[in-house]
Design a protein around this ligand. Structure first.
Ligand SMILES: [Zn+2]
Length: 484
């Protein structure tokens, strides 16, 4: 019997607004506990919420980028439950009338296109934070209460953990391109809850749906989904009882464990929030947002391959972050050599940023905005190499010096005497010296050991501090060694 995996995803992304969803408190992360709250986000009697226009626009923007319809009219609903981090006793969310719905995302998974339907992208507010102190007491910080959250829900279309991984990476990239969220999972700006079960297409049987919580990175989502699919397959075989439940991912042991039996929507007694009027985004507004959508990662990747004749790999790396893509384009335009520009940006520039980044993979950390060299400098390096004035090895050294003291590459080559030795007389003298100093290598080479040439080339490179043209040296060495 074949059981088909059925995985759906709920992603919560914290929106990059200055103020909270329904009041003017700052939505900044951190701060003295309970210093960023007011009667509205604390739900004190008599206070009235007022929606944040920017947050609404961000969800419309995301919905459009995910090919969703934007509702002509929708409503906020109260999701009723009690928890100490939610002083109102309900969370303002959207239930049967989301702001956007019915979209999709086409993913490139190992060269195959996988179509994932996006059910909805809607708005809600975040809760506060319970903190459990070592002495056994629990305290609560309401600063996060009311921070705008966008929830993006897919249909259960994923069939592998890898598809989930690609979706999350792509969604994070899209949210960053749209500048609606920093979407850093490690910082809790993006949270993800997969729902996992198996369906038998022949018999129509299905395992109960399991929702997984406590996932702090894309990698842990991948591992948890993989584990849960295996666990359910094993349970079918052994006939073990399964429940519709919420399980938490135990990062240290690499397993999911029961947290609580699943609540159903009825448990929350959703109803329209009577304090908020229905939301009816005008079509002019929606069309303006649509027009302002930036070029998205997939389109840009495509364009880079066409316009600059770059291989897929280069285009993918360069478009991962919008600012890197822009930097590459600037270098390519000035240098007129797209492939060399791509090599430089993917190589030295990204390596330089990575060394200073130190954060977890995928986090914005030190971005290209902090990179010290303007694109023109990298273009100048490319020109110096193409003119034959310096070798590509020396160019890397010039790059490092330029990052250090911000002199232009041409200045560095001139002031530090790094130009290649092109004077043939000078090169011949060094070649002779190398031959005299390496009698063993000379003998080996003449005996047919091609590799022995390397010892002499190395000697010359050391003697000239890399300033000799390797091709010229090779030619000179060969002609000298075969003449005599
Ligand atoms: Zn407030």
């Amino acid at each position: 019997m074949s059981w088909r995996p059925c995985v759906g995803l709920e992603v919560h992304a914290q929106l990059r607004t200055d103020s909270k969803m329904f009041c003017s408190c700052s939505s900044d992360f951190g701060g003295e506990p309970n210093s960023r709250c007011c009667p509205v986000c604390l739900g004190l009697p008599g206070s009235l919420p007022m929606p944040n226009r920017q947050a609404i626009e961000y969800v419309i923007k995301t919905g459009l980028a995910l090919n969703c319809q934007v509702a002509e009219r929708c409503r906020f609903a109260r999701k009723n439950y009690f928890y100490p981090d939610l002083p109102k006793n309900y969370q303002i969310s959207q239930y049967d009338e989301p702001l956007t719905h019915g979209g999709y995302m086409d993913l490139d998974v190992d060269g195959t296109t996988v179509h994932i339907r996006v059910r909805r992208a809607h708005l809600e507010e975040d809760t506060g934070k319970n903190i459990h102190l070592p002495d056994g007491r629990s305290v609560v910080d309401y600063n996060r209460c009311g921070v705008p959250l966008m929830e993006v829900v897919t249909e259960p279309d994923f069939t592998t953990a890898e598809e989930v991984r690609v979706y999350l990476t792509t969604l994070r990239q899209v949210l960053r391109y749209l500048a609606v969220s920093d979407a850093d999972m490690e910082k809790g700006q993006m949270r993800c809850e997969p729902t996992v079960n198996l369906i038998n297409d022949e018999t129509g049987q299905r395992t109960p749906k399991v929702e997984i919580k406590n996932l702090n990175s894309i990698r842990s989502v991948f591992e948890a989904v993989e584990f849960e699919l295996d666990r359910q397959r094993d349970a079918i075989e052994t006939g073990e009882q399964m429940w519709q439940e919420t399980r938490r991912w135990d990062e240290n042991h690499g397993v999911t464990a029961t947290m609580r039996r699943k609540e159903t929507a009825d448990d929350y007694m959703y109803f329209p929030d009577p304090d908020l009027v229905p939301l009816a985004p005008s079509r002019e507004w929606v069309e303006r947002v649509r027009k302002e959508l930036p070029e998205l990662p997939a389109e840009r990747r495509h364009r880079f391959m066409e316009e600059y004749a770059l291989p897929l790999y280069d285009a993918t790396v360069l478009t991962e972050e919008q600012t890197v893509a822009e930097y590459f384009e600037a270098v390519a335009h000035v240098s007129g050599d797209p492939k060399a520009s791509s090599n430089w940006v993917m190589g030295e520039v990204l390596r330089h940023l990575k060394e200073r980044r130190g954060g977890p993979e995928g986090s914005p950390g030190v971005g290209i905005a902090d990179f010290p060299l303007p694109p023109g400098y990298v273009a100048e390096l490319i020109a110096l190499v193409n003119e034959g004035l310096i070798s590509s090895t020396i160019a890397k050294d010039v790059f490092a010096r330029s990052c250090e003291d911000r002199r232009t590459p041409r200045e560095i080559v001139e002031q530090d005497g790094l130009a290649q030795i092109s004077d043939t007389g000078e090169l011949e003298r060094i070649v002779d010296e190398a031959i005299a100093a390496n009698p063993k290598a000379v003998e080996d080479f003449r005996g047919g050991a091609e590799k022995a040439l390397g010892a002499m080339v190395g000697y010359i490179m050391r003697a000239t501090q890399g300033k000799a043209n390797p091709q010229k040296i090779n030619d000179l060495l060969r002609s000298r060694l075969t003449q005599e």
